[in-house]
Design a protein around this ligand. Structure first.
Ligand code: ZN
Length: 153
């Protein structure tokens, strides 16, 4: 599909230049976790404010490469107003997408997803799988967010 890769690059660049849900929330009531990716020097702070089961607000503060910052921005946009359950499900599916081995890579596979299961714009990050060094950039914000909503006990 010609142009698809360009479109994906554009989506990533757009989120990098105009990050969504950027900023801070006061802690408490919000919860904050920091994530680092020493391989690339990426830093992400994720602030989450929940209301019962609902992700009422999420803010991202960080610096680093375009992949890390765009991915965190896309994550924030995707999980806002979702339930914790839905957010966990999305993390699961995103990580699955980012762990696809090259030999299994079939770009058609994901585009055949029905709307309900579609990762939407998040699929723009799938191309990162081709560059294993950058996968940690793409998953940084997600892992940090996961630490907040899935506390280790
Ligand atoms: Zn990076």
């Amino acid at each position: 599909m010609p142009g698809l890769e360009d479109l994906y690059k554009e989506i990533i660049l757009d989120h990098y230049k105009n990050p969504r849900n950027q900023g801070e929330l006061s802690v408490p009531p919000a919860i904050m976790e920091e994530g680092f990716n020493p391989l690339c020097g990426d830093e992400v702070k994720v602030y989450v404010l929940t209301d019962g089961d609902l992700i009422k607000d999420i803010r991202i503060d960080g610096q680093g490469c375009s992949i890390s910052q765009a991915s965190a921005s896309m994550m924030a946009e995707s999980v806002l107003d979702k339930t914790l359950e839905e957010a966990k499900n999305l993390i699961e599916r995103f990580k699955e997408m980012m762990s696809v081995h090259e030999s299994n890579m079939d770009s058609e596979e994901l585009s055949e997803d029905n709307d309900e299961n579609s990762l939407g714009d998040l699929q723009a990050l799938k191309g990162v799988v081709k560059y294993p060094v950058r996968i940690k950039c793409a998953t940084l914000g997600w892992n940090t967010f996961d630490q907040i909503i899935t506390p280790e006990e």
